[in-house]
Design a protein around this ligand. Structure first.
Ligand SMILES: NC(=O)C1=CN([C@@H]2O[C@H](COP(=O)(O)OP(=O)(O)OC[C@H]3O[C@@H](n4cnc5c(N)ncnc54)[C@H](OP(=O)(O)O)[C@@H]3O)[C@@H](O)[C@H]2O)C=CC1
Ligand SMILES: CC(=O)[C@@H](O)[C@H](O)COP(=O)(O)O
Ligand SMILES: [Mn+2]
Length: 385
């Protein structure tokens, strides 16, 4: 039996992971489930999976969680330290699916256990790439990419000549504003930006898909995972979102991974790795899809890609600053305090204001993360005033 922990079990990736575990209950023992604030969902999942331990990050939600799980024998705890302690419990496989930099510390604790880390939380790898990869190497852990594009590339590269890869290609749906005018984007409210054309995901990543910051973060994520420079990582807009990623080899061959746009497919790949498991996800019907189209991203309406490539080239604290400023900007946009196009403007302003900084240690990364949030908060208040 494989022992499993889910960090962020109450979210979109977490719920998809729970769904897969429930499809093969005799093969997995669930050690820890971690949620942020949703005590009702966490308790329901813990009971359905007969988890040993349910942890809620927000301490004010602990009483509700404890009362919902009273008499079940499922241990409960709460708070940031409890999340990290539970993430550090040794298991075979951990799903890292807390959104944003909040997932960094618990994911690092899980890495120390030396098991397999199924990584959905791209922001952690973006802001602390060197620190995380060093921790993986020191602990002998295995990093399995869950993000659909990275999982696709991992599959297309498996057991093949990684040293003969010319470049990799990340596909992008293009988001809800793929064909919108700049004026439409300027006045777009959150409910329109939250209407992703293909994927059903949490709010933060859905807004990142609309700005293309998601793809920018994914370029940095790919550089970390596959050890490639920015110029060997292409982005191609593919509105059907069935080709998830491609690998181009030195002989001109292109290998791609295709599948229905259903995150249970890459999660299942990571869960069963190095084997495969049977899932009931919808099979891709290519005759029905009929046409696969591809186009270059518009770098003018979507400055996020340019900013992401610039911070990747700059290195140091720059990716952590971009990611933290983006988190604050997305929250401000969802709270209607800034407009849609202000998200990228705010990120660029914070990057300019802070400038180049080194960040070799976790402490330095966390310092610049906090400073970027402070600067972004000031910027959001001045725009809202
Ligand atoms: N959704 C998708 O299809 C994809 C997501 N990803 C990445 O996976 C990650 C998760 O995305 P998604 O599932 O969509 O996000 P959601 O917003 O749906 O879920 C986020 C999860 O994190 C929990 N959480 C939030 N803050 C904290 C905290 N401070 N401490 C502990 N737990 C916390 C939430 O708890 P609660 O809800 O209880 O408050 C929830 O369980 C992101 O990094 C995203 O970029 C990558 C590829 C695809
Ligand atoms: C499912 C997944 O991996 C998301 O990261 C997805 O890529 C988001 O869609 P976009 O391609 O629109 O960013
Ligand atoms: Mn993705």
């Amino acid at each position: 039996m494989k022992s499993v922990t889910i960090l962020g079990s109450t979210g979109s990736i977490g719920a998809n992971t729970v769904d897969l575990l429930l499809q093969a209950p005799d093969q997995y023992r669930v050690a820890v489930l971690v949620g942020g604030r949703n005590a009702a969902k966490l308790a329901e999942q813990a009971k359905a999976l007969d988890a040993s331990h349910a942890v809620i990050a927000d301490e004010s939600c602990h009483a509700e969680l404890a009362s919902l799980l009273a008499g079940t024998g499922i241990h409960t705890s709460a708070g940031r330290q409890a999340v990290c302690d539970a993430a550090g419990e040794r298991v075979d496989w951990t799903m890292a699916a807390i959104t944003g930099a909040a997932g960094l510390a618990p994911t690092l604790e899980a890495i120390k256990g030396g098991g397999a880390i199924a990584l959905a939380n791209k922001e952690a790898l973006v802001c602390a790439g060197d620190v995380m990869l060093r921790a993986v190497a020191d602990a002998g852990a295995t990093l399995l990419p869950v993000d659909s594009e990275h999982n696709a590339i991992f599959q297309a590269m498996a057991d093949r000549q990684a040293d003969q890869v010319e470049k990799i290609i990340l596909t992008a749906s293009g988001g809800p504003f793929r064909t919108a005018s700049i004026e439409e984007m300027e006045r777009a409210p959150p409910e329109v930006a939250l209407r992703h054309p293909v994927w059903s995901m949490g709010a933060k990543i859905t807004i990142d898909s609309a700005t293309l910051f998601n793809k920018g973060l994914e370029v940095i994520e790919a550089a970390r995972i596959f050890g490639l420079p920015s110029e060997r990582i292409d982005v191609l807009v593919h509105p059907q979102s069935v080709v998830h990623g491609l690998v181009q080899y030195t002989d001109g061959s292109l290998l791609a991974q295709l599948g229905s746009p259903d995150m249970r497919i890459p999660i299942a790949h990571a869960l069963a790795w190095p084997k495969r498991m049977k899932t009931n996800s919808p099979r891709l019907d290519l005759a029905r899809v009929a046409q696969l189209t591809f186009e270059a991203p518009d770098m003018v309406r979507f400055p996020a890609l340019r900013l992401a490539r610039a911070v990747l080239a700059a290195g140091g604290a720059a990716p952590a600053i971009l990611s933290a400023a983006n988190e604050v900007a997305v929250e401000a946009f969802l709270a209607r305090r800034i407009g849609f196009l202000d998200i990228a403007r705010m990120v660029e302003a914070v990057l300019d204001r802070i400038g180049a900084q080194a960040a070799d240690t976790l402490e330095a990364v966390l310092y610049w993360d906090q400073e970027a949030r402070r600067q972004a908060g000031l910027h959001a208040s001045s725009r809202a005033a």
